[in-house]
Design a protein around this ligand. Structure first.
Ligand SMILES: [Zn+2]
Length: 132
């Protein structure tokens, strides 16, 4: 008799645990769906950036060939210039990097990557035409 009573007392608890497991499974499924959605968005952003890099590479190659064919410049000239521009931020890392520039409005130093001076908000000129 005590055994049956014990089972009857435990039954509501196991039912509660069963519902709790179902809630956890639902939460896990929703989290998996969110992660999958984010992964798809990242893949899409990656492909978009890759297309941009491909277009920029094609444009750079075309511009270089126009310049080379219309002048005495060689690839050696180009590579030396690339190295020189790369070093302008003090780091030979293959990136344009940011540089410290003087704000013409307030005279303080600001970052060339920003559209506006961090001190006075005046528009700042970019150190490089392709800097973004
Ligand atoms: Zn300023």
């Amino acid at each position: 008799m005590g055994g049956l009573l014990g089972v009857l007392q435990i039954l509501p608890m196991t039912e509660s645990l069963w519902f709790r497991n179902e809630d956890l499974a639902d939460a896990s499924t929703k989290q998996t769906e969110r992660i999958s959605t984010r992964a798809q968005a990242s893949d899409s952003e990656f492909l978009k950036l890759r297309r941009q890099v491909d277009r920029l590479t094609l444009t750079c190659q075309s511009m270089w060939e126009l310049l080379r064919d219309g002048s005495d410049l060689t690839e050696d000239h180009l590579m030396r210039k690339v190295a020189e521009v790369d070093l302008r931020d003090g780091s030979p890392d293959g990136r344009l990097g940011s540089t410290v520039i003087h704000c013409e409005s307030c005279g303080k130093n600001t970052n060339s990557r920003r559209d506006n001076c961090v001190w006075c908000g005046a528009p700042v000129e970019r150190a490089h035409i392709f800097e973004g």
